[in-house]
Design a protein around this ligand. Sequence first.
Ligand code: MSP
Length: 506
Amino acid sequence: MSAPCFVTTPIYYVNDKPHIGHAYTTIAADVYARAMRLAGRDVFFMTGTDEHGQKVEQSAAKAGISPQAFTDAVSQNFRDLAARLNISNNAFIRTTEPRHYKACQALWQRLEERGHIYLGSYAGWYSVRDEAYYQESELIDGKAPTGAPVEWVEEPSYFFRLSAFQEPLLKLYADNPDFIAPSSRRNEVMRFVEGGLKDLSVSRTTFSWGVPVPGNPAHIMYVWLDALTNYLTVLGYPEKTPDFSTFWPASLHLVGKDIVRFHAVYWPAFLMAAELPVPKRVFAHGWWTNEGQKISKSVGNVIDPIALIEQYGVDPVRYFLMREVPFGGDGDFAHAAVQRRLNKDLADDYGNLCQRVLAFIQKNAGAAVPLMGNVNELDNEILGKAYCLNELMFTHIEVQAYSKALELFNELVAAANGYVDKEAPWALKKTNPERMGTVLAVLLEVIRCAAICLQPFTPALAGQVLDQLAVPLDARTFGHASDSGALKPGTPLPAPQPLVKKWSEA
Ligand code: MSP
């Protein structure tokens, strides 16, 4: 039996409409989930919305509607975005669901029973925009290190004994070097924890939009304790459901670099305190700027993912975001870069390879898979590359090195285009039709393996190529991207359709 795999996106705040950052995290998690499925793993992949807290309460008030009506509407936008991005999640969670209240309260009670929560009072800085507490020493020019405004808060509050978890957390990081990635984030988190941990305020009394503390409903749970618990709720916690026993602990929490502390410090501390297993890995990706500028609502340069999809199509957007920037680093979004990248990789290289080979077979080789026959060294070399692409790409995807995985795809495609030019099947038509068949059959195998491996990134485009190769739906797993899944000679091939549009670059 293959290992089960639970992969998550953050649950998104519903204070505003979705932007490119949300799309980015979600696509990256989808690539992972799809790749794991193609490798035969049993995958549970969730996304959802984080609907409580002061920030959402304030946004609803500003819109002049109740928080419930407000969150219903905005949450739907995130569900729609996932559908538009062709995300393969098998669950969508909202923190306003009754099952989630139950999970939060059960976790709280578990923490309380084990002596990790006590009542005290909080006096300090809070940022509603970040939904985070800050120490005086962290402030820069009277603002949060993120630039968000802070306010002074003084109120009775429950505390979680985070200070008791400094050593267990450091041990967790030391024993599991892959727990936080990339390593720059790991170092940052370790430095933070080494610097000492203060107990964490985990309830508020000055607003009401949230999960009430069991036994003391004047207190509302801190929105991050509530939000993080969603990863348990979605599996059925606190019931001992089959999903929970199969899929917990999470294999991968995919997050942005701004929320790594919550996932890599608070979350494992809560779980250790509750005596529940901790996730296996937290990967924090970088941030996008827009044509060199920090993205911000006040500047008005927020990138709307729906508009992008409408302009370029879903798969091109997915491809660009995963290919352009090494995952984990920051990146700049520029239309000129999108067009350059799409034209080069998808139109000129892969699209063109498919088009020239398929159109040629259609016209000159009986519109069917040719017999491969005798292969020479050169054929074997490129076939060998095609048949190991799945494993090589998977090795990178497993550690979220998505752009590296796609580079391997690009390299194979470039090699195949070189092979077409060199072997010139059009010239062989009259002189050596048998050799022509061999060359075309080899190329079909390369195109097929490349398409199989491209599926996690651009599922529709890859599916279209596989359709054009008449590859049955049940022969498209990573395992099939080897000679065991080779196309059968004589299989009729449909008339090729154009695959990728070319952009006139700015
Ligand atoms: N609700 C919390 C997460 C709770 S998870 C238990 C939250 N929500 S969010 O809506 O603010 O999520 C934003 C996600 O989008 C984060 O992963 C963040 O890193 C990402 N991005 C926001 N702006 C971004 C860019 N400009 N670029 C890339 N990702 C960015 O945090």
